[in-house]
Design a protein around this ligand. Sequence first.
Ligand code: NAD
Ligand code: TYD
Length: 336
Amino acid sequence: MKTILVTGGAGFIGANFVRMILSERKNIKVVNLDALTYAGNLENLSGFMENKNHDFVHGDIRSHELVEKLLKEHKIDGIINFAAESHVDRSISSPGIFIDTNISGALNLLQCAKELGVKRFLQVSTDEVYGSLSPDEDKFSEETSMKPNSPYSASKAAADHLVRAFQHTYHIDTVITRCSNNYGPYQFPEKMIPLCINNIRNGKQIPVYGDGMQIRDWLYVYDHCTAIMQVFEKGESGEVYNIGGNNEKTNLALVKTLLKLLGKDESLIKFIKDRPGHDRRYAIDNSKITNSLGWKPSVTFEQGIARTVDWYLKNKAWLDHVTSGEYQKYYEKMYK
Ligand code: NAD
Ligand code: TYD
């Protein structure tokens, strides 16, 4: 039996990861540390809170005392750090918390891992650390230099530098993953895809920033999770792995796809003022992870997006609880 510390496991990707591990890997115990910020939602873990291989801990990755205690008590074999402030627009209006959580939080985890001899540390990073591509530029490879443009991506890049420095200086075993934009179940509806689905189902307009011709490279969240686990188990120490499924779409094309899947016309599209410093294009060259680890996505974009729309329509209560704020009462109801 192995025990891993997953941080941020009540958020979108972390919760999908915890659900995948507890469903598919009976020999892995998950200690799930999450501060339950606005983005953390225990309803994302429904059906898994009582699982005997799952220990949910409400707490902050910046607490040295708590992280040290968890590593000791649970004899943690490895750490996978998902915990972060993750929304670019929020980082533009309030950058400070991004520095605290994404940089100081990662530093604290690294220091605790070093002190207690944790065998492997995986940092879940993002393609946004590379900056923005023009339409005809080569995709991001692991060798592309980091040129982060938003406070969010700058804080993630800083954490990546710390991970690298801890490997180099203290010989800690680390790996970093840099994935493109994710979509799928349990994503907080401030992000583009669930926001569109929620607005369309309520007959509300879809706010498209600028000309809508920005490009994102979309990956179904389950496929991000399988890639993380493969890097955690088989990735080479000290390496960075880009993760993406070759699905570049303009925001406008994405919105039109969602409108079509939900049977609504394009009159709901509303062009609004652009995001300051908006990155034009992200695109991942995934040849390293596909060639060296044999990872590949399980679904095409068309399958994944249809499955996602279906999930939100079947889980209206989840969306309603998030949009009404009801989800924040779940912890008190269940555990206090
Ligand atoms: P999210 O915002 O949905 O979830 C973040 C989780 O971290 C929440 O549960 C929150 O409560 C928790 N958290 C925040 N601060 C914390 C703290 N101080 N201590 C403990 N927990 C804390 O984010 P997400 O979209 O699931 O992203 C997860 C990770 O993946 C992030 O590191 C993000 O940078 C990275 N990433 C995201 C995407 C994407 O498209 N969403 C793509 C690539 C990489
Ligand atoms: P988002 O989901 O916030 O992810 P990121 O900014 O990390 O890529 O946004 C995806 C794209 O959609 C991005 O180019 C910004 C754009 N967008 C809109 O046009 N309107 C919106 O209301 C939101 C939230 C995003």
